[in-house]
Design a protein around this ligand. Structure first.
Ligand code: FAD
Length: 621
C-alpha cells in the first residue's frame, strides 16, 4: 500500500496513524536485535516502517535486506530510503530493483548526507545531484509502482537556511512526482504549523508527515536537537532541566511533552505522525501510551487474517495457509517463496505445492547448541521432555523447538487440557480450540472486517510413541467427527480423512463477502511440514553430544514416534478432541485426574457460544 493512501485513510476515518523509522545496525547481533524489536513493535500498530540508507551507501545492502525481511516475513509495509550519495545509475537501479522484488512500494528519495570521510557533499554522477533527480528517475522507470516521499525542513537544513529557496526546491521535487513529504525532526510545533501553511501556499497539497523524536535521555535529546539544529521551546528546557540526571524521570516528563506536541499537530489537521525510534521501543511506546494509541486487550490491533500476512512480491492476495506452520510463519514464507502464485480464496484440490527443501532455506533450529541446552536442559527421560512441554504451556518457557514464540493468551481456554495431555507424555506441538461464532472484533479470537463472525474447529497436533498410537487409532476410527493424519519420520501417511484435499479449520463470515477460509489441513502440506517437524527434533537432539543420554532419547523419539494431527469437525463440541485421549499415557507417566476433577474456572466459557463451544486460537503447545 502507498504511504499517501495510508494517510488519506487516516484523514477519512479521523483515526490518526503513525509510522516508525529504523536504521541498519552496525553488527550482526544488532541486526538480529532489530528484527526482534521490529516484530514486537509491529504490535504497536504502525501503518508502515521505513529504513534509512547509510551515508555513502555504507549499509546499502543491509537496508535492502532489512526491507525484504520486513515486507516478506514480518508483513510490515515498508518505505526504503534511497540517496544519491556515491550512487550512479547502476547502483540506483539495483537498489530499486531489490526493493521492487521485496514487495516494497514506497521510497523516500533523498540527496543524502556526505559520507563520514567527507565534509561536503559532492555528486558521484551528475545525473544524481539532488533528490529531485532520484524522484524523476524513479517515476520514469517505475511509473506509479512506488509512492515517492521527499524530505521537508521546517527549520532549514545545515547547508541551507533560506526557507524560500528550500520551498522552491521542495516544489520542484513535488512537481517531478513526489507524493508525500517527511519532515526533519522538530519540537517547535508553532513553527511547524506556520511552515505547513507556507508549503500549502506554494500549491503543494501532498501529505506532510511530521518527524517526531521521542525523548529517551536528556543527553541524547540535547545532542540530537543540536545536531539537527532544531529549536527547543523554553517549556521543554524548563520541564527537563530539573530532572536531567534521572533518565526514568526524563522519559516520564518527555513523554508528556512529546504527546502534547503530537496532539497539537493532530489538532492542526495533520493525521499521521512519523516517529524516529532510533531502533528503541521504550520512548516511542511511552508516547503512544500517553496518547492512548497503543493497542490493548480491549482495543487490540486489527488483523485481516488469523495469521500474519506476508507483503512480499505477489503475496498480498494470499489468504489460505495450512495450519501446520502457525508457530513458524517465517519458515512457511521462506519455503514457499519460489511459488508463482499463492492460494487465494481456497487451497485448490488440484494444487500440488512444491515446498522448498529444508536445506535450501536454512530452516532449522536457531540458537547455539549451548544456548539451547541452557534453555531446554538435558532431558534424560520422556518425563523430562514432557515437563518442558508443560512448562511451555504454563508460560514458564518462552519457546520450544517447534514453537518460536511464547504461548499466546489465545490458548487460555484449552490450557488445562493441554497441560493434562503433556503431563501424560502426549506432546502437543500445535493446537487451536473450537470457536463457534465469535465476533470478528473479539479481542482474543477476532480477525477480519468489522461486524463479522469467526469460527474454528478444534485442532491438536502431537507426537506420540507407537504403542500409544495403536491405542488412539481405534478411537479415531470410531469417532464420527474426528479426522486425522499420522506419519512417522520415514513412514507412510495414515489417515481417515474422506479426501486428501483441504479441510477448512478456520473460517469467517463477513458482511458483503464470500466466506473466508484462511487456515486448512490437508495431506501434501502435512508431509512437507512433517519433514520440518522431525528435522527440528533431530536438530534439538544434535544440541547434545553424540554419546549423551539426551541425544539418544530425543533421536530415538524422532526415529520412532508418530506425528499426528487431529481435527474435530464438530466445532460445537470443544472438549471431544481431548476426551479422545482420556486414560491414555506414555508408560511410566502417571495419569492426572480427569478434567472434571480439576479446579473450577479452568475451562473458560467461550465468547459467542452458550455451549462453551469456542474461542481462541491456541498458538501451539
Ligand atoms: P535535496 O532536496 O536535493 O536538497 C539538497 C540541497 O540542495 C539543499 O540545500 C537544497 O536546497 C539544494 N537544492 C535542491 N535542489 C536544488 C536545485 N535545483 N538547485 C540548487 N540547489 C538545490 N540522509 C541519508 O544519508 N540517509 C537517509 O536515510 C536519510 N534520511 C532522511 C530522512 C528525512 C526525513 C530527512 C529530513 C533527512 C534524511 N537524510 C538522510 C538527510 C538528507 O539526506 C540530508 O538532509 C541532505 O543534506 C538533504 O537531502 P534532501 O533530500 O533534502 O536533498
Amino acid at each position: 500500500m502507498h504511504v499517501h493512501e495510508m494517510v488519506a485513510e487516516a484523514e477519512k476515518t479521523g483515526q490518526p496513524s503513525f509510522s516508525f523509522e529504523y536504521f541498519p545496525p552496525k553488527t550482526a547481533q544488532g541486526v538480529q536485535n532489530l528484527y526482534d524489536r521490529m516484530e514486537r513493535m509491529y504490535d504497536f500498530g504502525p501503518k508502515f516502517i521505513d529504513i534509512t540508507w547509510g551515508a555513502g551507501g555504507t549499509t546499502a545492502d543491509l537496508t535492502g535486506e532489512i526491507v525484504t525481511q520486513a515486507q516478506t516475513y514480518f508483513g510490515l509495509e515498508t518505505c526504503m530510503h534511497l540517496t544519491c550519495t556515491d550512487m550512479g545509475e547502476t547502483k540506483v537501479n539495483d537498489a530499486l530493483s531489490r526493493a521492487y522484488k521485496s514487495g516494497c512500494t514506497n521510497i523516500l528519495a533523498l540527496r543524502g548526507d556526505p559520507p563520514r570521510n567527507k565534509e561536503k557533499w559532492s555528486a558521484t554522477d551528475e545525473n544524481f545531484r539532488y533528490a529531485r533527480d532520484l524522484v524523476s528517475h524513479i517515476r520514469q522507470k517505475y511509473g506509479s509502482h512506488f509512492d515517492i516521499g521527499v524530505a521537508g525542513y521546517p527549520e532549514g537544513t545545515d547547508d541551507n537556511k533560506d526557507e524560500e529557496q528550500l520551498l522552491d526546491h521542495l516544489k520542484q521535487k513535488v512537481d517531478l512526482g513526489a507524493s508525500f513529504i517527511v519532515t526533519q525532526m522538530f519540537y517547535d510545533v508553532d513553527n511547524f504549523i506556520r511552515w505547513v501553511g507556507k508549503v500549502r501556499d506554494r500549491g503543494i497539497n501532498i501529505p506532510i508527515l511530521p518527524g517526531i523524536m521521542p525523548i529517551a535521555t536528556y543527553a541524547s535529546f540535547m545532542r540530537r536537537a543540536k545536531h539537527m539544529q532544531c529549536g527547543i521551546p523554553d517549556h521543554f528546557i524548563s520541564a527537563l532541566e530539573s530532572v536531567k540526571n534521572d533518565d526514568a524521570a526524563v522519559r516520564e516528563v518527555g513523554k508528556v511533552l512529546v504527546a502534547d506536541m503530537c496532539r497539537k499537530i493532530i489538532a492542526a489537521g495533520i493525521p499521521h505522525l512519523h516517529f524516529y525510534t532510533m531502533n528503541l521501543a521504550q520512548a516511542t511506546r511511552l508516547v503512544l501510551e500517553e496518547l492512548n494509541w497503543m493497542p490493548t486487550t480491549t482495543r487490540p490491533r486489527k488483523h485481516a487474517l488469523p495469521w500474519k500476512q506476508s507483503l512480499g512480491l505477489g503475496r498480498r492476495a494470499e489468504d489460505v495457509r495450512p495450519i501446520f506452520w502457525r508457530n513458524r510463519g517465517k519458515s512457511y514464507v521462506a519455503r514457499t517463496q519460489d511459488w508463482d502464485e499463492f492460494p487465494n480464496g481456497r487451497w485448490g484440490d488440484s494444487r500440488s505445492p512444491a515446498f522448498g527443501e529444508l536445506d535450501a532455506y536454512g530452516i532449522g533450529l536457531t540458537g547455539t547448541n549451548e544456548s539451547n541446552r541452557k534453555k531446554w536442559g538435558e532431558p534424560k527421560s520422556v518425563k523430562d521432555v514432557a515437563d518442558l512441554f508443560v512448562r511451555y504451556i504454563e508460560q514458564d518457557l518462552d519457546s520450544l523447538p517447534w514453537s518460536e514464540a511464547p504461548l499466546t493468551s489465545e490458548a487460555e481456554s484449552i490450557k488445562q487440557d493441554l497441560i493434562d495431555m503433556n503431563k501424560r507424555g502426549l506432546l502437543t506441538i500445535n493446537s487451536q480450540p473450537a470457536v463457534n461464532g465469535a465476533k470478528s472484533s473479539d479481542p482474543v479470537h477476532g480477525w477480519g472486517p468489522s461486524n463479522g463472525y469467526v469460527y474454528q474447529k478444534a485442532y491438536v497436533e502431537l507426537l506420540v510413541p507407537p504403542a500409544l498410537f495403536e491405542k488412539v487409532l481405534p478411537r479415531l476410527h470410531n469417532h464420527p467427527d474426528m479426522s486425522y493424519y499420522a506419519v512417522t519420520m520415514t513412514g507412510e501417511l495414515k489417515s481417515n480423512a474422506p479426501s486428501e484435499g483441504p479441510n477448512a479449520v478456520t473460517w469467517g463470515v463477513f458482511p458483503g463477502k464470500e466466506i473466508v477460509q484462511p487456515t486448512i489441513v490437508e495431506s501434501i502440506s502435512f508431509l512437507a511440514w512433517k519433514d520440518e517437524a522431525f528435522r527440528l527434533g533431530l536438530d534439538w537432539s544434535h544440541c547434545h553430544d553424540a554419546d549423551t543420554p539426551s541425544r539418544a532419547l530425543i533421536e530415538g523419539m524422532m526415529n520412532d514416534w508418530y506425528l499426528i494431527n487431529i481435527v474435530n469437525n464438530d466445532f460445537h463440541s470443544p472438549r471431544a478432541i481431548f476426551e479422545l485421549f482420556e486414560g491414555l499415557s506414555v508408560d511410566g507417566l502417571e495419569e492426572v485426574p480427569t478434567i472434571e476433577a480439576t479446579a473450577n474456572g479452568v475451562h473458560q466459557p467461550v465468547p459467542g457460544t452458550e455451549t462453551n463451544g469456542a474461542a481462541a486460537v491456541a498458538a501451539t503447545a
